[in-house]
Ligand binder design. Structure first.
Ligand SMILES: *Cc1c(COP(=O)(O)O)cnc(C)c1O
Length: 378
């Protein structure tokens, strides 16, 4: 089945009471039993709710997993997955991962005894060299945020399998429409559904997708035990957003390609990072593991000619905001905003005070380019 068909149909038609075409919201904390031990599959909404079940079936189908847990936020999903491990266990991950993930790993879990290697995961020899007897997880984020570096999914997953460690991929940036890590043997995929899956910047949410039933059982147990499941209202919004995932991703990407080319030719732009440009240094990997380039891009602004704040103030259609993946274009400075919590590690990451990150929306490309053009005049 085409992924666009799955996104519209999977999990959706669950109301047999009135045959509603759209999944109802079940705003109930608890469900009554017909008699002791006999209910209709649900007893308490933290543990399970029919609206959330519909969303979970849908996301699992899109990623090709056996099941999924929908969580309150993306960070709730990531936190839950780290509870698969325990203090003393070692995790290998990138040095340019999402800022909130870095904060959880470095400032919350490390003081509790979890061990981390934050490395350049493009260098597979480095990844191999970091493996110890305590390595229990390899955490992969590709393309990376905000510099769009690509990590070799198959190779990184193979290293994890040899080490008998879990391979986890944060697939937020591309969505299952453009990349499906479980097809390369990953154990778990996580999402911030706040971004492309919901796509309308009106909800926060997360998802954990499992490759097999053993992981599913542990994951669902943890989500219930930790109490991080998503509310039925929010689950319903994400389910509604997902139905247009395919057309949205195509529209996002078409705009991003045009904007990347425009920026690359501009005299006040020093460098553009985008997988859809010929200048991207990893064309073979892009070809091998991605079904599209996505719509996140970054560039180095010549801030001597165009001061950062002036540039942002002049823009009409690009809101100065963190987050990404919504229908509206957003722009921000990773150094001062999304990645500021990285502290001293920021300097080594390749991000500079001139790096600008763009989440390209689905507005008319000509309007977006004209807007950037007038703001780049300096
Ligand atoms: C936003 C984001 C997260 C965190 O998700 P929240 O919904 O904000 O908690 C994790 N990973 C990536 C790649 C993200 O962009």
């Amino acid at each position: 089945m085409d992924i666009r068909t799955k996104s519209v149909h999977t999990g959706v038609n669950i109301d047999k009471t009135f045959n509603s075409v759209i999944t109802p919201i079940y705003p109930t904390s608890t469900f009554f039993f017909d008699e002791i031990g006999k209910h209709k599959g649900y007893d308490y909404t933290r543990s399970g709710n029919p609206t959330r079940t519909a969303l979970e079936a849908n996301i699992a189908a899109l990623e090709g997993g056996v099941n999924c847990s929908a969580t309150a936020t993306g960070m709730a999903a990531i936190t839950t997955v780290l509870f698969f491990l325990k203090p003393g266990d070692h995790i290998i991950t990138g040095d340019d991962i999402y800022g909130g993930t870095y904060r959880l790993f470095n400032a919350v879990l490390k003081p509790m005894g979890y061990k981390f290697s934050f490395i350049n995961m493009r260098d597979l020899n480095k990844v191999k060299a970091e493996v110890t007897k305590d390595t229990k997880m390899i955490w992969i984020e590709t393309p990376s945020n905000p510099l769009l570096n690509i990590i070799d999914l198959q190779a990184a997953i193979d290293i994890a399998q040899k080490a008998k460690a879990l391979s986890v991929v944060d697939n937020t940036f591309l969505s299952p429409y453009f990349q499906r890590p479980l097809e390369f043997g990953a154990d778990i995929v996580v999402h911030s559904t706040t971004k492309y899956l919901n796509g309308h910047s009106d909800v926060v949410g997360g998802a954990i997708v499992y490759a097999n039933t053993e992981l599913q059982e542990r994951g669902r147990y943890l989500v219930n035990a930790l109490g991080v499941s998503q509310s039925p209202y929010d689950a319903w919004l994400v389910l509604r957003g997902i139905k247009t995932l395919g057309p949205r991703m195509e529209a996002h990407q078409a705009n991003a390609v045009k904007i990347a080319h425009f920026l690359e030719g501009h005299k006040n732009v020093k460098k553009v990072y985008y997988p859809g440009l010929k200048s991207h240094p990893q064309p073979d990997l892009i070809q091998k593991q991605m079904k599209g380039f996505g719509a996140m891009l970054a560039f180095e602004l010549n801030t001597v000619q165009v001061p950062l704040n002036q540039f942002f103030k002049k823009l009409k259609y690009f809101a100065l905001a963190e987050s990404l993946g919504g229908v509206e274009s957003l722009i921000e400075t990773p150094w001062f905003m999304s990645h500021a919590s990285m502290g001293p590690a920021l300097k080594a990451s390749g991000i500079t005070q001139e790096t600008v990150r763009v989440s390209v929306g689905i507005e008319g490309a000509d309007d977006l380019i004209a807007d950037l053009d007038q703001a780049l005049k300096g």
